[in-house]
Design a protein around this ligand. Structure first.
Ligand SMILES: C[S@@+](CC[C@H](N)C(=O)[O-])C[C@H]1O[C@@H](n2cnc3c(N)ncnc32)[C@H](O)[C@@H]1O
Length: 231
């Protein structure tokens, strides 16, 4: 993540929190745990990262983390956490991977305490990735894979939550286009991964041919942040 981005996301969460008393956090679909330990430190809480991928969990466990942070294998549809034990569920860029979103929402509702909140950070079909103009087929793939903001909101509202906030947060992906091209070349993006190799190669070449950006040009995208309260 670009310098300042992690702190910015933690600030957005703190801004929307109506209480300072957060004891237990669940980072659902934690991946390599880039948010898990920072969430625990920022809110003085325990944080449990849950992910179905052993490879992700191995990377997460290998990162430096405090004694109040742990990682467990599980999924959003079957979360290895007791009923009503969590104050804050954080879901970052994972919702669109859940095979059964309605079941995931029911599980989230089960593990949250009364007055608990879900903070969901995800790209949505309405927002344009800076990759889209360069890679043939990128936007069509994004439209298929990413949920709309309405779909996310209605999944939670049907599952016993109230939407208390929804905002678009500008997320800087790189300092300039040259750097973003090298990031894209690693192909660590679920949409780039699904593109045919020829479209991927065409996009990388087009990005590398792009003129360097002006020093204050924003290279990134708007990411949706939803806050849902358990009712
Ligand atoms: C793009 S990564 C995001 C990781 C992390 N939350 C972050 O923002 O850095 C998506 C993660 O969702 C996980 N995932 C996929 N299916 C899942 C499911 N059914 N339940 C929970 N997590 C899932 C993947 O294993 C992967 O680690």
């Amino acid at each position: 993540m670009q310098p300042g981005m992690l702190a910015m996301w933690l600030d957005r969460i703190a801004f929307h929190l109506s209480t300072n008393r957060i004891e237990n956090i669940l980072d659902l679909g934690c991946g390599t745990g880039r948010f898990t330990d920072p969430l625990a430190s920022r809110f003085g809480a325990t944080a449990t990262g849950v992910d179905p991928s052993e490879r992700m969990l191995t990377a997460a466990r290998a990162k430096e983390h405090g004694p109040r942070v742990s990682f467990r294998k599980g999924s959003a549809e079957a979360t290895p956490v007791p009923d009503a034990s969590i104050d804050l569920v954080f879901i970052s860029m994972a919702f669109h991977h859940f095979p059964d979103p309605a079941k995931a929402v029911r599980e989230t509702h089960r593990v949250l305490r009364r007055d608990g909140h879900v903070f969901l950070r995800n790209s949505t079909a309405e927002q344009r990735s800076p990759y889209a103009p360069f890679f043939p087929g990128y936007q069509e793939m994004a439209d298929q894979i990413l949920p709309t903001a309405d779909r996310i909101r209605s999944a939670f509202e049907k599952g016993g939550f109230r939407t208390t906030a929804h905002e678009l947060v500008p997320h800087k992906m790189a300092p300039d286009w040259v750097d973003l091209a090298e990031k894209a070349a690693v192909r660590a993006d679920s949409i780039l991964l699904r593109l045919p190799d020829a479209s991927f190669a065409e996009g990388i070449a087009a990005m590398r041919a792009q003129a360097p950006s002006a020093p204050d040009e924003f290279v990134g995208l708007n990411v949706d942040l939803f806050v849902f309260a358990k009712t």
